[in-house]
Ligand binder design. Structure first.
Ligand code: SF4
Length: 373
């Protein structure tokens, strides 16, 4: 770690500053009704859980984890299709977490491999391209899951040209419309958002403008150190208290209004934003990145005649959908840390490194924070 990094970490993990912010948060929250804040990023959930931030907040400030885990929101039909292709002898290439998530028939790609299917775990789409190039006599499919943070690298490789034997099941999802959808969901009753630092570094704050203007709920773009998150909560409460909601940038060291325009250019050349299914949530208008017609030979949906993504398909009595939507905490699921653990995951939120159940389980959190569930 270089000196600059050490200096940043010391500043953003400063105990005295954290104590002062917690005091300010309590002062601001004193006369407020219940405030529900949602973040949409698994890394924020990790920071909040790891540093015990939820337990430092006033009772009326409720920070919920939304659908910020790519593995969790990947439609079960995409996993089913990848499993089917794998069992038919097409080699599926995907990330480690994705290979363990189960589809509607409760089969994961790892299960398929145990049944004789073809699977190889990769660390990047570049790895997938290299593997396909070295094995031109074989068909490969890349199951691509992630948000606007990971999709640009896939787009870049598509623009450079893929080998003929490689195509993509695009499960990439675009975050801003999901925030817009949650803003207006009456059953979720979210008052404000901590917007994702990584994804917003790519999309820029401007991508959220239309959703902010429609619902006028405070949005603070935040980084991933404990001071970042406390500051975001403090800024949200200040906005609520003053009655002047706005889009505010706490994470200036990474997020800008315009975002990463080069990455946006790669995305817009290769993917169309379409209405797309987010597992556990619903169809999100404009929330799915599908390969453009122009690159149809790279689109596994066309090459293999796959279905449109759909389906929640969680095990009976499992509360994965409610966890993904932030309606409950993991301990409210009857399987949490019983049948469902990081070693024996039942649902996707216990599989993905950014899944709320997995993060809570790894930190051995066994009780819900919220009094009202
Ligand atoms: S504990 Fe397992 S089954 Fe329950 S919500 Fe979490 S991932 Fe789903």
């Amino acid at each position: 770690m270089n000196d600059r990094m050490k200096e940043i970490l010391a500043r953003y993990r400063d105990r005295d500053l954290a104590s002062k912010l917690v005091k300010e948060i309590h002062r601001l929250a004193k006369d407020l009704p219940k405030v529900r804040i949602m973040h949409v990023c698994g890394t924020h959930e990790w920071t909040i859980t790891h540093w015990g931030i939820r337990w430092l907040l006033p009772e009326n400030v409720d920070v919920r984890a939304g659908p910020g885990c790519p593995v969790c929101v990947t439609p079960s039909s995409d996993i089913d299709d990848a499993v089917k292709l794998s069992l038919e002898g097409v080699k599926v290439l995907t990330y480690g977490d994705m290979s363990r998530a189960r589809g509607s028939r409760m089969l994961s790609l790892e299960d398929a491999r145990a049944l004789g299917g073809e699977l190889e775990v990769v660390y990047s789409f570049r790895d997938a391209v290299n593997i396909a190039r070295k094995n031109l006599g074989k068909e490969f499919v890349f199951l691509g899951a992630g948000f606007e943070t990971t999709a640009p690298l896939t787009a870049y490789e598509v623009l450079k040209g893929l080998p003929d034997n490689l195509s993509i099941i695009s499960s990439y999802r675009y975050v801003p419309p999901a925030v817009g959808l949650i803003s207006q969901a009456p059953d979720m009753r979210i008052d404000a958002f901590i917007n994702p630092g990584h994804a917003s570094t790519i999309s820029g704050m401007k991508a959220y403008k239309e959703f902010f203007e429609e619902h006028r709920k405070p949005m603070v773009f935040a980084g991933f150190e404990p001071i970042d998150v406390l500051l975001a909560i403090y800024l949200i409460l200040k906005q609520i208290k003053s009655g002047s909601p706005r889009m505010e940038n706490e994470y200036r060291r990474s997020v800008t209004w315009e975002g990463n325009t080069r990455a946006q250019m790669f995305l817009s050349k290769v993917f169309d934003l379409r209405d797309g299914y987010w597992r556990g949530v619903s169809v999100v208008p404009g929330g799915s990145m599908e390969v453009k017609e122009r690159f149809k030979e790279a689109d596994a949906r066309l090459r293999y005649g796959l279905r449109e993504p759909s389906g929640d398909d969680f095990p009976r009595r499992a509360r994965c959908a409610d966890v993904i939507k932030g309606k409950i905490d993991p301990p409210e699921c009857p399987f949490y840390m019983k049948e469902c653990t990081p070693a024996t995951p039942i649902g996707p939120t216990m599989v993905g490194a950014e899944g709320t159940c997995r993060i809570w389980a790894q930190h051995r959190v066994t009780r819900s924070v919220r009094a009202d569930g």
